[in-house]
Design a protein around this ligand. Sequence first.
Ligand SMILES: [Zn+2]
Length: 72
Amino acid sequence: MQRDWRVGDFAANTCRRCRKLVRTRFELRTVQLARTRLCVRDVLVDVCTECDHMVSIPPQSLPQLREAGLAK
Ligand SMILES: [Zn+2]
C-alpha cells in the first residue's frame, strides 16, 4: 500500500520536461482537466523542484477530480 501524501512531502519522480529523475514536492495546485475547461482548485499534485512542472497527480487526488466532473 502506498501511503497518502501531504503538502510539503518530497518524493522522486521522472519529470517529462527535465527528462530525468528529479526531486519532487507535493503542493496544492489548480489543475485543469485535459478534456474540459474545468479547473479544480486545491488538488494535491507532485511538482518538479527543478522546473516547477506538474509531474503527476497521486491516486489519492483522483476522486477529487472525478467529483469535479472528469468522469461521468
Ligand atoms: Zn522538471
